[in-house]
Design a protein around this ligand. Sequence first.
Ligand code: ADP
Length: 607
Amino acid sequence: MKPTPAPAAQPAPLSGFFGVFRYSRRALELVWSTNQPLTVSIGTLTVMAGVLPAGVAWVGALIVDAVVAAIDTGNAARVIEYVLLEGALVAVLAATQRGLNLCQSLLRAQLGQRVNVMILEKALTLELRHFEDSEFYDKLTRARREASVRPLSLVMRSFGLAQNAVSLASYGVLLVKFSPWAVAVLLLAGLPAFVAEAKFSGDAFRLFRWRSPETRMQIYLETVLAREDHAKEVKLFGLGRRLLDRYQNIFDKLYQADRALTIRRDSWGFGLGLLGTAALYGAYAWIAVSTVQGLITLGQMTMYFALFRQGQSAVSAGLSAIGGMYEDNLYLSTLYEYLETEVPAPRGALQRGPVPADGVRFESVSFTYPGSTEPVLKDISLHLRPGSSLALVGENGSGKTTLIKLLTRLYDPSSGRVLLDGLDLREWDATALRQRIGVIFQDFARYQLLVGENVGAGDEGSFEDESRWREAAAKGQAAEFIERLPSGYQTQLGKWFKDGRELSGGQWQKIALSRAFMRTGADVLVLDEPTAAMDARAEAEVFEHFRQLASDRITILISHRFSTVRMADHIVVLERGRIVEQGSHEQLMELGGTYASLFTLQAKGYR
Ligand code: ADP
């Protein structure tokens, strides 16, 4: 695991309070641009839901006073009117709350989809290095996990806070008639708890960010313990208990910090809340005494009591909204960091090179992976002409796959350049370049789609073209077993789906090879050990097949089997990122170096 990153930009003090709103504006913009009518409805309903309770309390006061008056006159008509009015207000309030729920549900669905699409669209523009960077990958997964709820939740909580503020303001308007001091008590009584909540939520926010690597490990362990692709090994090696213990230990560690924070938060919350309650009951006594002294009516007393009670619950609802808003902010900060990741704009725009039949050239290419100091490729120079085949040989980790990654522009060289038809790869238009080069990596993708689509993936334009699948599968030696599958080319693959079939390793490799044969337009074809699970004879046949089909193309093969390697026109031996030997099989045998000794060693094994 990487070292714990420094906690993200610390909010300045008192940002404890303002930090909650950091992303509210952006969340609101997002919601607004997703569905304006729904956003306007939510806004309107929020204000109504804020004002109506004060109205209800006010009518409540009128009822009590009317009752007191009616006791003398015996005429209850007024009272009935007020009761009906209060009933109507309560009904409107209920409708408002229902409406809020309804709008929320609709907006949640739309917004979830929208954010997910934003996340995935961004993913399409990212470079391979992003996916290989753990911090970044973490952002991506976290952003995806809660995409459907967080943005709306932040907006709803901001609105909820606004609603409570409106309520408090309207209570204030009614209370100010009694005494401006009463308004002050109502607001100040909530303040200490409010400040405490904001402060501790800020701590929680930082805690969450800081612990991200541990959380990532926990999620990873969950995946290992609970997913089908790991189940086999975990069972047979008996790793389950050990990994589960690790999972538990991480929790215990995180829990310590959590517990400390929760205890501090709740003790302060309780203490300061008590202060508020005391102030409130002081106000109650004051109102009661004023009533006894005849300064206010009985109806006003009930109203003020109600206002204080509801005011208190508005304050505590506001407090919990703030707590939640911190978490939502945390999510949105991750989301926006992810969405704002800088992706270099595609630079090249050229569709063809100046020397059309020049093939591929590596000119003094060196490469160091981002975040690493040790170069993986050093001073590589190579020239491959159309119609030639190249085999790359070398121990694991000698840089063979990396060389292919540079050739396919998944990475750019740190120094030197790679040319196709005399043009630096960086100047090629990305799509034009992609069409020229076909690669099947050792860890090729096994899509849980139809068998045919797994073949078709090799040529995006013919992804669903069954006749092309058939041709390619025949060349890749996959046709035979595919036709024996229950639904032929239409068979669903993968365990995620009902009736999904599993293929053996060798069958998958045949699919991958067929995928390579889909790329009829590509004139550079690379096979990075996709035949390792086949026996030596099948591999040799496949490679021979490739050479025949690829008469005017460049074929590059990575293999540990010298029986196949020897068939290539040109063989390059890599050792720790450098070319140590190169030439034809005969030349290298004559040289009597690394290649010759490895070849002899393997040939002995076969005798
Ligand atoms: P080969 O294909 O010859 O087995 P690779 O080209 O895959 O070797 O790897 C060469 C070296 O580069 C290895 O030491 C490996 O650890 C390192 N390496 C490979 N991929 C990455 C990566 N994404 N980030 C950092 N280092 C890498």
